[in-house]
Design a protein around this ligand. Structure first.
Ligand SMILES: Cc1ncc(COP(=O)(O)O)c(C=O)c1O
Length: 402
């Protein structure tokens, strides 16, 4: 199966992101299917033993085995690469498979990694606990402080890692400045771009070497499948990622790749609408007497508003806020919500709310959470596609009851 003339044109970088989200990477079989084909196949039949030998040796291009090559997964990878402005991409079974593969592929025993402290709980576990078992040491820094990034560098530092905006306090880090520090130290920078999405932030164009996604979030955006994506230059992916996926198999199912391709088609309209709702929520709740603080990257009072302005096209689909009364106040508020679902997930068509202290960041000590600004009253709201007024009304009604 190869790209036809119209498909090659539709993958062109001259189209805007919204158009590429619908068309880029599309491959059509001889049947001329309108929607992307779903190739639920583990392997491939070769026309001859000679062709089989040639494909295995890499002399002839073509699919070999779905652990590392499949037409449906290839379409997703090409569409993501086009959206991100990356030379290439590899899809994985989950966002955590993407993070773990991207990091382990770059590191070996004796190396050192520098990461921001404010990370999704599982990412922090991989860096602090798991990589340590393989002789990789780590230093965690306050991501907003460039001196801390600089001072953390050691002779054996190979990788810098950050997510921005962060989960759940929506801190924003200066990707270009941190990429410079990493490169001056002979290291690379990997950015988890889940909260911003490729529509609002392009880490590769700001100097990052690798971008990772949990496609489970906005890319699916409808609560159906898990998935992950790793993006970078052809050289970066070949040197660090391709063999690790091929030989160890953290691979995405073609079925899930197909769902994610369909998710990408609507990504821009969903993210735009969800961002509008998040902005409306931030206006409606700002200064509310039951809250001690509200964090939204689209607001001028955001602590890193200047960096947001410099590196992001828009705010976020998420708003975090802290209730008076700690965990008890937060729980009373959460239990008073009628429309918004209590969960640990985000980026969905349904508005979702999370209490990080008892879920995503439960593993951290109270002191570690305090250092990150994750108080017992903090909640993280992921805005969905409902009418913004209904979301705001649900929040205000539940706040009244606290
Ligand atoms: C910032 C961030 N990175 C990575 C992940 C992991 O993604 P997945 O759940 O698809 O493994 C998550 C999940 O919540 C996340 O929020």
């Amino acid at each position: 199966m190869s790209a036809s003339k119209s498909e090659t044109n539709s993958a062109s970088k001259t189209y805007r992101s919204e158009t590429r989200l619908v068309h880029a990477g599309t491959l059509r079989s001889q049947f001329g299917e309108m929607s992307e084909g779903l190739f639920l196949t583990q392997g491939y039949i070769y026309p001859s033993a000679e062709e089989c030998e040639s494909r295995f040796s890499g002399k002839t291009p073509g699919y070999v085995y779905s652990r590392y090559s499949n037409p449906t997964i290839a379409m997703l990878e090409q569409r993501m690469a086009s959206l991100e402005g990356a030379e290439t991409a590899r899809a994985t079974a989950t966002g955590m498979a993407a993070v773990t593969t991207a990091l382990m592929g770059q590191l070996k025993a004796g190396d050192h990694i520098v990461a921001a402290k404010a990370l999704f709980g599982s990412c922090r576990w991989v860096i602090e606990d798991w990589l340590g078992r393989f002789g990789v040491t780590s230093t965690l820094v306050n991501g907003t402080n460039l001196d801390e990034w600089k001072n953390a560098v050691q002779k054996n530092t190979k990788v810098f890692f950050m997510e921005t905006p962060t989960n759940p306090t929506l801190e924003v880090y200066d990707i270009a400045a941190v990429a410079d520090i990493a490169h001056n130290a002979g290291a690379t920078l990997t950015v988890d771009n889940v909260f911003a999405t490729a529509l609002y932030q392009s880490p590769l164009s700001l100097g990052a070497d690798c971008v990772v996604y949990s496609a489970t979030k906005h890319i699916d955006g409808q609560g159906r499948v898990l998935g992950g994506v790793i993006l970078g230059s052809e050289k970066f992916i070949q040197d660090n990622v391709h063999q690790l996926i091929r030989q160890t198999g953290p691979s995405l199912s073609p079925f899930n790749a197909w769902i994610l391709l369909k998710g990408l088609e609507t990504l821009s309209v969903r993210v735009q609408r969800q961002t509008d709702t998040a902005a409306a929520v931030s206006v409606a709740l700002h200064g509310h007497k039951k809250l001690t603080r509200l964090i939204y990257p689209g607001r001028p009072d955001h602590p890193q508003a200047e960096i947001v302005h410099k590196q992001m096209k828009a705010g976020s689909t998420l708003v975090s806020f802290e209730l008076k009364g700690g965990k008890e106040g937060a729980f009373r508020f959460l239990n008073g919500l009628k429309l918004i679902g209590i969960t640990n997930n985000l980026g969905d068509a349904k508005s979702l709310i999370t209490h990080p202290t008892t879920t995503t960041h439960q593993r951290l000590t109270p002191e570690q959470r305090a250092e990150l600004g994750i108080g017992d009253g903090l909640v993280r709201l992921s805005c969905g596609l409902e009418h913004p007024d209904d979301v705001v009304e649900d929040l205000l009604t539940a706040l009244d009851a606290v």
